[in-house]
Design a protein around this ligand. Structure first.
Ligand code: R5P
Length: 306
């Protein structure tokens, strides 16, 4: 059974890398946005009876890249593809993985339903934020998924680039899976939420304010960073706030070199520049393309597709 790799517009070089490593044919799907904002795609390869792997990460332009993925999947289903596998290193909407308030959409469930409805059989994703699931297989509202972790690849790269004498720590609870998988330990910092009125930690505060009004002002850790080379490893850098607080903490406690690393670099606003200035080395993967995507997730995906 022959396999075809179809690359969406967000992941052309990653898809090419995967296809070349596997010795498979690939096509960069013709996709464009019409002047009115709608998405157009066209697949030129022969698809009938083949297993098709669609490579499309979903940042930037989450909605357009999701729509493009759905159109490609539906088109290949119509062209009688045998099996459709989505390789989506960054799965958009994974952070809306529950209803935080009544009436909210459970966005990731909607995304899973859409993918299933156009015939996607399986997803391969990397360090998803969804429910902080462990690396391995899991079920996304009826859609079989494999979650891979890039933590070890990032640490190997940092070992070569910066130092092999490193202490690795996660900046918050959300980093616990990537930290555990990469290091076998669970060294993570804790964020302390403080009341903006009395300044006490949320659990000690008696002021009657809404829970979400508590500010995250500090991070806590019992570890000794003095004179150590410290890697702060997370699944995502989005606004950069979590990573910045963690970097400042270890620097203020005497760390020698500080490296910030994450699988997904969304780098909102000027957080990339600021984190570069603040750290000795900043690195993310090509799950999302950025100027500091110095580690590729291709080997992880190739291993699974084999
Ligand atoms: C949280 O659970 C995650 O592990 C990340 O720490 C978080 O999403 C990063 O967000 P930001 O960069 O906006 O602080």
């Amino acid at each position: 059974m022959s396999i075809l790799i179809l690359n969406g517009s967000n992941s052309q070089s990653l898809g090419e890398r995967i296809a070349i490593s596997l010795g498979l044919k690939f096509e960069n799907v013709k996709a464009r946005i019409f002047p009115d904002g709608e998405t157009y795609v066209r697949i030129e390869s022969q698809v009938k009876g083949r297993d098709v792997v669609i490579v499309q990460t979903m940042f930037p332009n989450q909605n357009d890249s999701l729509m493009e993925f759905l159109l490609i999947a539906d088109a290949v289903k119509g062209m009688e593809a045998q099996k459709i596998i989505g390789v989506i290193p960054y799965l958009a909407y994974s952070r809306q993985d529950r209803k935080f308030q009544p009436g909210e959409a459970l966005s990731i469930r909607t995304v899973a339903k859409l993918m299933k409805s156009v015939g996607v059989d399986k997803l391969i994703i990397v360090d998803t934020h969804y429910q902080h699931v462990k690396p391995g297989e899991f079920d996304l509202f009826g859609l079989p998924c494999i979650n891979l972790s890039a933590g070890r690849l990032l640490l190997e790269h940092i070992n070569e680039k910066v130092s092999d004498d490193l202490m690795t720590i996660g900046p918050d609870l959300g980093s616990s899976q990537i930290i555990k998988y990469a290091t076998g330990e669970e060294k993570i910092m804790r964020k302390i939420k403080k009341c903006p009125i009395c300044g006490l930690p949320a659990e000690k505060c008696k002021c009657k304010i809404k829970k979400k009004k508590y500010e995250i002002t500090e991070v806590e850790s019992e570890l000794d960073f003095n004179d150590r080379n410290v890697v702060i490893l997370d699944d995502i850098i989005a606004s950069g706030k979590t990573m910045t607080q963690a970097v400042k903490k270890v620097k203020s406690e005497g760390a020698k070199k500080v490296v910030a690393a994450a699988t997904h670099g969304l780098f909102m606003k000027d957080s990339l520049i600021k984190l570069k200035e603040l750290t000795d080395y900043l690195v993310v993967t090509d799950a999302i393309y950025t100027p500091v995507s110095n580690v590729s997730v291709a080997p992880l995906i190739v291993e699974v597709l084999k």
